[in-house]
Design a protein around this ligand. Structure first.
Ligand SMILES: NC(=O)C1=CN([C@@H]2O[C@H](COP(=O)(O)OP(=O)(O)OC[C@H]3O[C@@H](n4cnc5c(N)ncnc54)[C@H](OP(=O)(O)O)[C@@H]3O)[C@@H](O)[C@H]2O)C=CC1
Ligand SMILES: O=C(O)C(=O)CO
Length: 306
């Protein structure tokens, strides 16, 4: 029997619509949260022509373990867990399904911003404990406030558009984006820090921006700033953020991404009611899951068939 080419998926499953596109391939699944070693082992065992990255790191060792590997296709947008330099050196192409989960993540960022501004989780917990804080608590009104959007790509621009429709002034920081829409006012980093009432991160994690928000940048923020991070945990120094929430420099933080995932439990973030948490789920709605799978399969096939 002729052996069919293999796709390795670093996750437990793919949407049926994506699988239909890959019907000519044998599929191998690395499980729910595979380690880099799992990926290396499966590459050695199955020599895939393509890897669809849902979760996990894919480094040089995995690439070297799969001589047939030609494409690494991200089931989503951020490619920070893929060693792109090692891939380029080996002639392996890296592609991403940018845009497939943009609506989902922009909505998650808006949900976290609103949860922070309106103390949604905190007040819910207080009421369940028998408190009625109407006379003592004041929420933040977002209309007329300034939001600093960091990264003006598929997600950042969608988020910015809705924020602007809510009456917010939108400042945007992105050294690479061109032709910004009129509702975004381009700003330098120091203006983002000094003028924003809300800062929402929507840029990739790269070598140049690790700990973009750290003790010194947080100290330059407006007192009470709301921080939203649906991008990557590594963009924030988490200890500095925790300290800034505790001392009130940061009014509240809504986080969907963490330096280490899954986030450890117990974690100091869980002790702070003004930190709202979600388990890196922004990009995962039922609709986005299908769109990401289809785009990841389609992108990989385009490369294999070129
Ligand atoms: N929470 C979740 O589930 C999800 C999180 N994400 C995260 O969101 C990020 C953005 O996604 P998406 O909008 O689809 O990606 P895009 O590539 O469409 O947009 C990112 C934008 O940020 C720019 N950028 C790069 N470096 C910096 C920097 N140092 N400062 C400011 N801007 C920068 C990019 O420029 P250039 O194109 O030149 O690099 C690009 O314009 C992803 O990289 C990922 O980390 C994405 C999807 C799901
Ligand atoms: O698309 C991405 O980058 C993600 O984080 C998916 O969850």
């Amino acid at each position: 029997m002729i052996k069919r080419p293999v796709f390795l998926v670093t996750g437990a499953d793919l949407a049926p619509q994506a699988l239909a596109l890959l019907a000519d391939f044998d599929m191998v699944y690395a499980g729910k949260t595979p380690t880099e070693d799992d990926v290396v082992r499966l590459c050695k065992q199955h020599d895939p022509v393509g890897i669809i990255v849902r979760y996990s790191r894919v480094g040089a060792q995995a690439m070297d373990a799969a001589p047939s590997l030609r494409v690494i296709s991200k089931h989503g947008s951020g490619t920070d867990t893929i060693d792109k330099q090692a891939a380029a050196q080996r002639g392996i192409q890296v592609v991403a399904a940018v845009g497939a989960n943009a609506a989902a993540v922009a909505e998650q960022a808006l949900a976290l911003m609103l949860a922070c501004a309106k103390s949604v989780i905190q007040l819910d917990q207080r009421m369940r404990a028998g408190h009625w804080d109407k006379a003592t608590h004041k929420n933040v009104e977002l209309e007329g406030r300034t939001v600093g959007v960091v990264g003006l790509g598929a997600i950042g621009l969608r988020f910015a558009k809705v924020a602007n429709a809510m009456g917010m002034r939108v400042l945007g920081f992105d050294p690479y984006a061109q032709n910004l829409p009129t509702f975004v006012q381009r700003a330098d980093w120091s203006s983002i820090l000094s003028e924003s009432d809300v800062i929402s991160l929507h840029c990739p994690l790269t070598n140049e921006n690790a700990h973009l928000l750290n003790a010194s940048s947080l100290a330059a923020c407006k007192s009470g700033v709301l921080i939203v991070n649906t991008a990557r945990g590594g963009l924030i120094d988490e200890s500095a953020l925790l300290e800034a929430v505790r001392n009130g420099r940061v009014g509240a933080a809504g986080l969907d991404s963490f330096a280490i995932e899954p986030m450890a439990h117990p974690h100091l973030f869980c002790e702070e009611p003004r930190i709202v948490l979600s388990p890196h789920i922004g990009g995962i709605t039922a609709d986005a899951y299908v769109k990401m799978g289809v785009a990841a399969a389609h992108n990989a096939l385009q490369i294999l068939r070129a």
